[in-house]
Design a binder for this molecule. Structure first.
Ligand SMILES: *[C@@H]1O[C@H](CO)[C@@H](O)[C@H](O)[C@H]1NC(C)=O
Ligand SMILES: *[C@@H]1O[C@H](CO)[C@@H](O)[C@H](O)[C@H]1NC(C)=O
Length: 341
């Protein structure tokens, strides 16, 4: 009987009123594993955007006599965790993992929440708050998720040119990061249908299909197709990159201009040519809609459509359309410029 009540105790305060039950259990089970020090999180998934400040809540229900709180990030690729911060309630030591962007919130004496400032794409993942008091270490895990958009990236030289390491790099160059499986899955539910396979962060090769068709896995139901195990150093595919909200602004300047003139047009406005990730972020987060192709820094020409209409790429759904990589001397397009302010 005691046992059952004891479990309930930590969810409701019903048993708390009957303190005799509580004390008895406490005395009889000296190393009882159920003495719970950490409050269950209200939300296990915390959603934020790049550039934001975010708090990962970790609240003590009571203060052990002596203890440490340890925050770490769980690395899905390397099972060793990365330490972020250790605190003993008074002093704390910061580790290098998030490069000075973390601190404990301490808004009251039982608060061990972690604050991350200027959230970056790499911050996405699972975090563990661990209470270490020598006897019965306890922890809770929170998932930090970024709102964002996934964009497939294909080389100017054609389909399937990147090893895994090159795909990672190419996403960074274009203001993104290789997408996680969860991000690709989310993008698929948001409408991403792409019939070319690309690397994702976990080193697998996949592609999302909404409308099943011959060359894209045939009659298989809609979903994320997998290519099975691939050799990260030898096999070559496209990349699925992820990017989140953007600090700054993307805007269109009308042409016609060739690539070099387009670069100058942005410079003349104290701006630079937008990267592919910039354009996707502006489309997703600022509703950028432009029915004219514009040069981007990588030499591709694209245009973002938020309200599909006739004579604007002809597709029924919103999206960023591409003209591929036209010859850079052709005087045919406008340009998308990016400015940080
Ligand atoms: C984040 O917090 C810092 C101070 O820690 C503040 O200067 C900055 O304006 C905040 N950024 C946002 C987006 O709220
Ligand atoms: C936020 O981080 C980005 C890199 O992710 C950096 O370029 C920018 O300067 C940082 N902003 C602040 C206010 O620290």
């Amino acid at each position: 009987m005691n046992g059952i009540c004891f479990l309930w105790l930590f969810w409701f305060s019903i048993c708390h009123a009957d303190s005799s039950v509580y004390r008895e259990a406490d005395r009889n089970q000296v190393d009882s594993p159920v003495l719970k020090y950490l409050l269950d999180p209200i939300h296990e998934v915390i959603i934020t955007q790049r550039g934001a400040n975010v708090t990962l809540p970790c609240i003590l229900r009571r203060k052990p006599r002596s203890y440490k709180v340890k925050w770490s990030k769980i690395n899905p690729v390397d099972p060793l965790e990365s330490l972020i911060i250790i605190s003993n309630g008074q002093h704390h030591k910061n580790y290098d993992k998030l490069k000075g962007r973390t601190r404990l919130r301490r808004s009251h004496r039982l608060d061990a929440s972690l604050v991350i400032t200027n959230v970056s794409l790499e911050d996405e993942g699972r975090y563990r708050c661990e209470l270490v008091n020598g006897l019965e270490d306890q922890s809770l895990v929170l998932m930090l998720q970024l709102e964002g958009v996934v964009f497939p990236y294909q080389s100017a030289d054609g389909r399937y040119k990147y090893t895994y390491a090159e795909a990672r790099q190419v996403c960074e160059v274009h203001d993104g990061r290789l997408a996680t499986y969860t991000q690709l899955y989310q993008a698929w539910t948001d409408g991403l249908d792409w019939c070319n396979a690309g690397w994702i962060l976990d080193g697998t090769v996949r592609y999302p299909v909404i409308i099943p068709r011959g060359p894209c896995g045939g009659d298989l139901p809609p979903g994320i197709r997998s290519y099975g195990p691939k050799d990260k150093t030898k096999d070559r595919f496209d990349a699925f990159c992820f990017t989140s909200a953007l600090k700054g602004r993307v805007y269109y300047v009308h042409g016609p201009m060739n690539y070099n003139e387009a670069a100058e047009a942005c410079l003349a406005r104290q701006a630079v040519m937008a990267k592919v990730g910039h354009l996707y972020a502006a489309w997703k987060f600022s509703g950028l809609d432009q029915c004219d192709g514009g040069w981007l820094l990588d030499g591709s020409v694209r245009f973002p459509i938020t309200e599909p209409r006739d004579h604007c790429g002809g597709l029924p759904d919103p999206g960023v359309r591409s003209f591929g990589f036209p010859h850079k001397q052709q005087r045919l397009y406008g340009v998308f410029c990016y400015t940080q302010v």
